[in-house]
Design a protein around this ligand. Structure first.
Ligand SMILES: NC(=O)c1ccc[n+]([C@@H]2O[C@H](COP(=O)([O-])OP(=O)(O)OC[C@H]3O[C@@H](n4cnc5c(N)ncnc54)[C@H](O)[C@@H]3O)[C@@H](O)[C@H]2O)c1
Length: 368
């Protein structure tokens, strides 16, 4: 019988150095009887040789369209925008189930090719929680970006280009150095502190040397009284990490900032949740997502008041490609091991059912 197979494709998105499958998880699959093909990719944080050493078969960069149609293609981010039909099975984030721009065009490629999409965002465990998500490192990197912005602001500067860090230690060392050796004395507030992103943000603040008392950790209980919250204005960095599920009063707004006047301590807001265009965004003080080359935008604070920088980058884990990939891939592994049994394994049957529903909607829109 042929061995079960995965084909790890390259990523074509700029700055994307993460991988859905790392050499560590590839080895575990190989040890369980899988055959793993890996496209050569210089952009990936893991060297091709790291995959080869654990027994993966290296194949040409971006050659998956020529892979046997029965071979499932594993990737992370969207495929390049093209119109070609897609006959393979793809496991990836496709960002096309919530009617994002171009959603029906993406799905129509599967319709025309007869392929299947298993969207990583919708692989859930029996309790409805995602089996694998990048939250922890989003919070970790978001808090680091916030601390770097604070360090820049203290020098009267704006935070410049952010590029992926080789590893977590390199990121922590850089933040510490920019803050003069340690973050001691900095005060931070994390909302959503019990969640994946929130735990990552708290971890970064601990690792750069903040006193435990200077890391305020809020979740549902603390925000139940309803915002805006004065406490936010009395810290240096506020990191929002909530999962927004319904309309809530704003945590902070232009009025509360103006009211704090010149005494305001708050210098940086990091919105990891990035509900930027959501009408219920609890941080209605900005309206754009910021980017790695321009990580901050100034918030309108009223005349004579100290500046306030806003960070709202929606792909933060990219800054920590190695650890973020390792954690994501390890969490995905049990589901990947079940993939050969995907006609019965609930995680995969649910994902396929959702795909078929979305495919039908797209076909109707596209008139197919
Ligand atoms: N910017 C990025 O790069 C990036 C990356 C990954 C995830 N995210 C986003 O971050 C958000 C959080 O993701 P997660 O995986 O950490 O979610 P999660 O479900 O693990 O955690 C969310 C936390 O928010 C808390 N919460 C919800 N509403 C709250 C409220 N009103 N007040 C206080 N706490 C509240 C919950 O109790 C929970 O502890 C999501 O919107 C996700 O899309 C952003």
């Amino acid at each position: 019988m042929a061995k079960p197979t995965f084909w790890l494709r390259c990523e074509k998105k700029e700055f994307e150095r993460r991988a859905a499958l790392t050499p560590t998880t590839a080895k575990k699959l190989i040890d369980s009887g899988f055959e793993i093909f890996v496209e050569r990719d210089e952009q990936r944080i893991f060297d091709d040789s790291e995959y080869e050493e654990v027994g993966c078969k290296l194949v040409e960069h971006n050659s998956w369209p020529n892979a046997p149609v029965s071979t499932p293609i594993l990737g992370l981010k969207e495929l390049e925008e093209k119109a070609d039909p897609l006959p393979h099975t793809h496991i990836q984030f496709a960002h096309c189930y919530k009617k994002q721009g171009g959603w029906s065009k993406v799905l129509s490629r599967f319709h025309r090719g007869g392929g299947t999409l298993y969207d990583l965002e919708f692989l859930n465990d029996a309790s409805g929680r995602r089996v694998a998500a990048f939250g922890f490192h989003a919070g970790f990197a978001g808090a680091a970006a916030g601390a770097l912005a604070l360090a820049a602001r203290r020098k009267g500067e704006k935070l410049g280009l952010l590029t992926p860090f080789e590893n977590e230690t390199a990121m922590v060392n850089q933040v510490r150095a920019n803050l003069g050796g340690s973050g001691k004395g900095v005060k931070a507030l994390v909302i959503g502190a019990l969640g994946r992103c929130g735990r990552g943000a708290v971890d970064l603040f601990r690792k750069i040397g903040l006193d435990e008392d200077d890391i305020l950790k809020w979740d549902m209980a603390e925000t139940a009284k309803g915002g805006p919250f004065e406490e936010i204005l009395n810290v240096d960095i506020f990191v929002n990490c909530i999962y927004l599920a319904s309309q809530i009063p704003p945590f902070v707004n232009h009025e509360s900032i103006a009211k704090a006047g010149a005494q305001r301590r708050l210098a940086v807001v990091v919105d990891v949740s990035c509900d930027t265009t959501n009408p219920f965004n609890p941080i209605p003080i900005y309206n754009v997502n910021t980017t790695f080359d321009k990580p901050t935008v100034p918030v309108e604070v009223g005349p004579g008041n100290p500046p306030l920088d806003m960070i709202s980058i929606d792909h933060l884990p990219t800054l920590l490609p190695r650890e973020a990939s390792e954690q994501f891939s390890a969490d995905l592994l049990p589901s990947l091991l079940e993939f050969p049994d995907r006609e019965k394994a609930r995680v995969w049957t649910d994902a396929e059912k959702l795909f078929k529903e979305k495919l039908a909607e797209a076909a109707a829109v596209e008139g197919l």
